[in-house]
Write a protein of this length. Structure first.
Ligand code: C2E
Ligand code: CA
Ligand code: CA
Length: 794
């Protein structure tokens, strides 16, 4: 439980404090040991001093006693009394000497004076207040045992009598001829108490019987004895008997004070050392471990909040372990960051083109429309025209390459910031450049930041169109595609991502159906788009409800004579009104409704054509057949039945097939076309130049006519490239002896240019727009009458 709350810091503080305490304890214990030792030392030193001092003092006592003995033995009266063994005279003499000495000198404290004969038998003795003789038997015995000149020496010894110790000195009387001996017995305490002065400490002298012979006045009482150190020395005499004890005591307060002071110093020192150790350890810990660890902790928290922080690395510092840890951590975050980056990349980048993908785009749009950062911008939705057929006929791998190439061209024509590593969506992301992303199959989207002026946007749109104008060369196929762009502007056309996208989408649809390249969103476009969404269900009913109508657009030869008409279908929707084929044909193809629809177109057109023959013999009809229809197993039968029903020269019936329709499954197409050709029908390749027909292959096909796509014709008088393409298509057709039709002739100059290039047939708004059948017939009539009047004039 506890360990959850323990930090390294706490553990360290605890450990060091414990060590501090321990060293304190050791200091205290050693302190008291030291104290005891010191006391003992002191005591021993004192004992030695006592011993030395005692000896010296006893020597002094001996010397003085000897001196006294010497002066006594030189006394003539004493000598006389000894030699005569006059006990009375001796007694008197000794008493006089004793008193005289005691009164006058009192250098020593004489207890007794004794006189012996030469055989050491006592003749007389005098002491003031002792009943028994104080003479020392051991000393006398020793003196008795001596012989010869030895006997002339003075002897001395400490002797115990009646529990008290005395100092006895034996001095011979009579010089060389020994007559007797005198023994001076004195109290040694008289000398020993002088230790008081020599050592400067209180002294106590204790007799063998335990009585105190002397005690200094300042000898401490029992209560205060603990503050003193007392050393006691038992003095022994030459015979090994304990004779007297000398105690000296010395005040140990100062010693204790010093000891205490030392102890306090040690305690203080230990405490301070411990604190310093704690401080240094904590500081070290902080620098070497805690700081690096804290940094790691903070970095992890930062990373959790914002993954962009993974790009940062932490400082490598501290101890070897923390350095190692930081290094590993950095390595790990680096790898994590790479992983994160590649995940981000996977999530936000389109694998094929390398452009940001839909997720990125939406996120960026969301960010741009967030209120706090909102700045105006425009949104472009680009859809490639004819991409689907490339994919269908040449395969996905070509389609993929085409997309990649187109993406590259788009990118080059925009001011895109290169997003080598896609940014994380954090607040710091402030890309100012254009952003292009692929948001679906052949759909791209562009953000033009701070660009809302239609003129500026148009420039970009035209640049984009220009960028793909030149054919793509993919696996040696020349491929041409177009694009339709829808534009919505923030915040005018919507203030959130979804509205902006939807509006751009509507504008894009409009651009596609009106073939105008690009279109700005307008609220009026909404209606169309709304209904267009229900196409597929409405389409089913449209045939039965007879909502389709064929319009006709005339085809003229170089001499301005009508040679035929192209049937172009319109859907007259009960609610929406006229819907152009570009909008519903793809839906019909998708749902399979294209088959019954084509059957209807064929029978309708053939019927019309037959009808025309009476008035305009030889005027043919061109029918558009979609790629899917070539796969229709009933197609041939339907045409055959129709031709049987309406007796008409099949040569007048032209089937227009796009290049892509043929190339989707060339083998199958060849088979079908051969059959149709055998039936006598005219076969035309529509929208020529936009696809990627292998010209060599074209030769193998039973084709009678090629129609140059209107995109080349419309601008041919202004665009040299277009003119060159038209020219080469015409010469190619000539070399293959094919009829050439130019559609999209809008101006007289274009017509003239085409005539000069030897183009066979011309079609376009210059002559007439596609017309309802009645209008068409009226137009024919008017033209005929005009020609008639012209020729009449001519
Ligand atoms: P398309 O076969 O290339 O048809 C020619 C288109 O060019 C027509 O568009 C026509 O209105 C337009 N056009 C003619 N002259 C000019 C001109 O001078 N300038 C310009 N800018 N345009 C001109 P429309 O009628 O909108 O038809 C579009 C496409 O729909 C046709 O292209 C054709 O591929 C397809 N389509 C039309 N009717 C049918 C049909 O009944 N069946 C099938 N499968 N497709 C059809
Ligand atoms: Ca056509
Ligand atoms: Ca065409």
């Amino acid at each position: 439980m506890l360990q959850h709350h323990l930090s390294i810091r706490a553990i360290l503080v605890w450990t060091i404090s414990l060590f501090g305490l321990l060293s304190l304890l050791i200091a205290l214990v050693t302190g008291s040991i030291y104290r005891d030792l010191t006391l003992k030392n002191q005591e021993q030193a004192l004992e030695r001093l006592i011993t030395i001092s005692s000896k010296e003092l006893l020597n002094e006592s001996r010397d003085l006693s000897t001196e006294l003995g010497m002066s006594l033995q030189s006394n003539q009266a004493l000598r006389k009394a000894v030699s005569s063994q006059d006990i009375v005279a001796l007694q008197e003499l000794l008493e006089n000497q004793f008193h005289q000495y005691f009164m006058t000198a009192h250098v020593i404290e004489i207890s007794q004076l004794t006189v012996f004969d030469a055989a050491l038998d006592t003749l007389s003795h005098f002491s003031s207040n002792f009943d028994t003789s104080l003479s020392c038997p051991n000393l006398i015995n020793e003196a008795k045992s001596r012989t010869g000149p030895e006997r002339l020496k003075t002897l001395d010894a400490l002797c115990t009598r009646n529990g008290l110790t005395f100092h006895s000195v034996l001095v011979p009387i009579g010089g060389l001829r020994i007559m007797g001996y005198v023994e001076i017995t004195s109290a040694p305490v008289h000398f020993l108490k002088k230790i008081e002065q020599t050592l400067g400490n209180p002294v106590k002298v204790t007799q063998p019987n335990g009585s105190v012979a002397y005690q200094s006045s300042d000898w401490p009482d029992t209560n205060s004895l603990q503050n003193f150190l007392d050393a006691r020395v038992e003095l022994t005499n030459a015979f090994g008997e304990a004779v007297i004890a000398v105690s000296v005591c010395t005040h140990i307060n100062t010693l204790f004070e010093e000891l205490n002071q030392t102890r306090n110093l040690i305690i203080l020192g230990t405490g301070i050392t411990t604190l310093i150790a704690i401080f240094i350890a904590l500081l070290g810990l902080r620098i070497t471990t805690l700081k690096p660890l804290t940094q790691l902790k903070e970095q992890i928290q930062l990373m959790r909040k914002d993954p962009i922080q993974m790009r940062r690395s932490v400082d490598v510092r501290g101890t070897e372990e923390t350095r190692e840890l930081a290094k590993s951590f950095n390595q790990m975050t680096k790898e994590l960051n790479e992983l994160y980056q590649s995940l981000q990349d996977m999530a936000y980048r389109d694998k094929l083109t390398g452009l940001p993908n839909r997720n990125f785009f939406h996120a960026r749009l969301d960010q741009l429309t967030a209120t706090d950062t909102a700045t105006p911008f425009s949104l472009l939705l680009i859809d490639l025209d004819r991409f689907k057929s490339v994919n269908d006929t040449l395969g996905h791998h070509i389609g993929d390459k085409l997309l990649t190439a187109a993406a590259e061209r788009f990118r080059e024509s925009l001011r895109t910031t290169d997003l080598i590593v896609l940014p994380h969506f954090c607040h710091e992301f402030q890309e100012k450049g254009d952003i292009i992303s692929r948001i679906g199959g052949d759909e791209f989207a562009v953000i033009l930041p701070e660009t809302t002026d239609p003129k500026d946007i148009e420039i970009v749109c035209r640049k984009l169109i220009q960028s793909i104008k030149q054919n793509f060369q993919i696996n040696s196929y020349p491929i041409s595609i177009g694009l339709s762009t829808g534009i919505s502007v923030y915040p005018r056309d919507g203030d959130d991502m979804h509205t902006l996208m939807r509006h751009a989408d509507i504008a894009m649809y409009h651009a596609k159906s009106s073939r105008c390249g690009y279109a700005f969103y307008e609220p009026s476009l909404e209606k169309h788009k709304h209904i267009a969404l229900n196409f597929e269900s409405d389409l089913k009913l449209a045939i039965n409800r007879e909502e389709f109508e064929l319009f006709y657009q005339p085809k003229l030869n170089r001499d301005n004579q009508v040679v035929g008409a192209e049937a172009l279908t319109r859907w007259i929707h009960p609610e929406v009104g006229l819907i152009p084929p570009d909008q519903f044909i793809p839906a019909a193809e998708k749902t399979g409704l294209i088959h019954p629809f084509t059957h209807w177109v064929i029978s309708e057109a053939i019927e019309q054509c037959l009808y025309w023959q009476s008035e305009y013999p030889g005027m043919g009809v061109s029918i558009n057949v979609s790629a899917i229809s070539l796969q229709d197993p009933e197609l041939i039968d339907v045409i055959r039945t129709q031709l049987a029903t309406y007796p008409i020269n099949p040569r007048l019936i032209t089937l227009e097939l796009t290049e892509t329709a043929v190339m989707r499954d060339p083998e199958h197409a060849l088979m079908k076309l051969k059959e149709l050709s055998l039936m006598g029908l005219t076969i035309s390749i529509d929208d020529f130049g936009t696809g990627y027909s292998s010209l060599a292959y074209l030769k193998k096909l039973p084709v009678n006519e090629i129609k140059i796509d209107r995109s080349f014709v419309i601008d041919m008088t202004k665009d040299r490239d277009d003119e060159a393409i038209v020219r080469s298509i015409i010469s190619l057709a000539e070399s293959l002896s094919l009829t050439v039709v130019a559609e999209g002739v809008e101006t007289e100059e274009a017509r003239q240019a085409l005539v000069n290039l030897n183009c066979d047939t011309l079609q376009g708004y210059l002559f007439s727009r596609p017309l309802q059948i009645n209008d068409f017939l009226l137009w024919l009539k008017e033209k005929k009458s005009l020609e008639a009047s012209n020729s009449a004039v001519g």
